[in-house]
Design a protein around this ligand. Structure first.
Ligand SMILES: Cc1ncc(COP(=O)(O)O)c(C=O)c1O
Length: 405
């Protein structure tokens, strides 16, 4: 009789779910929305903001939490990258180095401002931008690097900033996954600018939303101005100084983000405690392992938790067969989040959109053979949920001959 659910056996999880459904909300979010509604001020233009503006308060609270001087709220995480590139002076035809794997927004924002994304490889352990690969891709036309803290695991910012300093490059950190992560006592960004997303799946969300954080007063003023039709502080409202656009976050989004923010830090700690328990226990299960966690990573505010399938241990069973078997048992497991190379998208392969790519063997290996992940909400339940994950993995291992057949 079949044991594994994928072969017709009984799914180990039955109908039970792991973690929590996302997003989480309660009456405090409802009240926040009513507060914004009844204020009668639904729009917030940065230099005309009232002291009680929802967006203004959220900018200050989030920037302070992440350890940055200035927060510039915008419509989403993609426009945050676009406006950071514009504020940083990136011009059409400039080259911008990006890691091969990420959500397409990282590269698309570069193409959208008519610059040229240059795809480079990642570190084989953390799947974040390889400083060596980045340095080897620099040409006379390179102007910026966008490291991505993929899944919330920090890119090697010390080495990346050293490369950037040597070649006088702007560094914009794509922080869409890294809210709340603490590395060596600090949060992110650490470079010129960091861009965040508050889209529905993110660990802090209002359905949509974004922010650029920076310690530069000049860059913050420029981003604020560019995102509200080039207005300038101290000048008449209908006087426009820069070619900008409208990327303003609404007061409703600001209100929801503020109320979500009240439970955010506790959620990060809850997830990370479960993830640490799972990492430790995974050592007892053959054929899968947690990502090696640097001791400087004292709080991992992951968007998804990435770990590794070890093909050599499974003797003929592939990562995708394992993945299908784990899904059939009822696990909310995926193949490593945004580990697929962005350069394989039709916008690059089937159109004239200019780009350059270096060899990316680490990214391609992880994408095809190795990377596995769970979404962050998997870790918001009790510790017993982690035991269920372990039980599924053990079941697949014990029945590997059946899987192979
Ligand atoms: C790495 C990364 N960068 C940027 C974005 C873009 O954010 P948004 O969806 O808010 O535009 C995302 C969104 O998923 C992302 O994962």
């Amino acid at each position: 009789m079949a044991q594994l659910a994928i072969k017709g056996g009984k799914p180990l999880l039955g109908g039970s779910t792991i973690g929590q459904s996302w997003p989480i909300y309660d009456d405090s979010d409802r009240q926040a929305l009513i507060r914004a509604l009844e204020s009668g001020k639904w729009c917030s233009v940065w230099h005309k903001r009232q002291a009680d503006s929802e967006v203004g308060k959220f900018e200050i609270a989030f920037a302070q939490y992440q350890g940055s001087e200035y927060g510039c709220a915008v419509t989403n995480g993609t426009t945050a990258i676009e406006i950071a590139l514009r504020a940083g002076g990136i011009q059409p035809g400039d080259e911008v180095i990006v890691p091969a794997p990420s959500f397409i927004a990282t590269a698309m924002a570069v193409s959208y401002v008519v610059a040229i994304p240059v795809f480079v490889d990642v570190d084989p352990e953390t799947y974040t931008l390889s400083p060596e690969s980045a340095e080897s891709a620099i040409t006379d036309w390179t102007r910026a690097i966008i490291p991505v803290h993929l899944g919330g695991y920090p890119a090697d910012m010390e080495a990346i900033c050293r490369v950037a300093n040597r070649h006088d490059l702007l560094v914009i950190e794509d922080c869409a996954h890294v809210h709340g992560t603490i590395w060596d006592g600090h949060k992110f960004p650490v470079a010129d600018m960091g861009t965040f997303s508050f889209q529905a799946g993110k660990t802090l969300t209002a359905g949509e939303g974004g922010m650029v954080l920076t310690n530069s007063r000049e860059l913050a003023a420029k981003i604020h101005s560019l995102s509200t039709h080039g207005r300038l502080e101290g000048h008449p409202f209908y006087e426009h100084h820069l070619v900008g656009t409208n990327l303003r976050m609404s007061e409703f989004q600001g209100a929801v983000l503020l109320s979500q923010f009240a439970r955010f830090d506790e959620q990060i700690k809850h997830r990370d405690a479960n993830a640490l328990y799972l990492s430790e226990a995974l050592q007892q299960i053959p054929g899968v392992r947690a990502m090696e966690r640097d001791e400087r990573l004292t709080q991992w505010g992951f968007y998804y938790w990435t770990f590794k399938f070890l093909p050599e241990v499974w003797e003929g069973i592939t990562r995708d067969q394992f993945l299908a078997a784990a899904k059939a048992e009822g696990l909310p497991i995926g193949s490593g989040g945004h580990i697929d190379p962005m350069y394989l998208n039709p916008m690059y392969t089937e159109s004239q959109t200019p780009y350059r790519k270096h060899d990316c063997p680490n990214c391609e290996y992880a994408w095809k053979n190795e990377a596995l992940s769970f979404p962050h909400a998997t870790f918001l339940g009790p510790q017993e949920d982690m035991d269920l994950i372990l039980a599924v993995f053990q079941k697949i291992w014990d029945n590997r001959d059946e899987l192979r057949s």
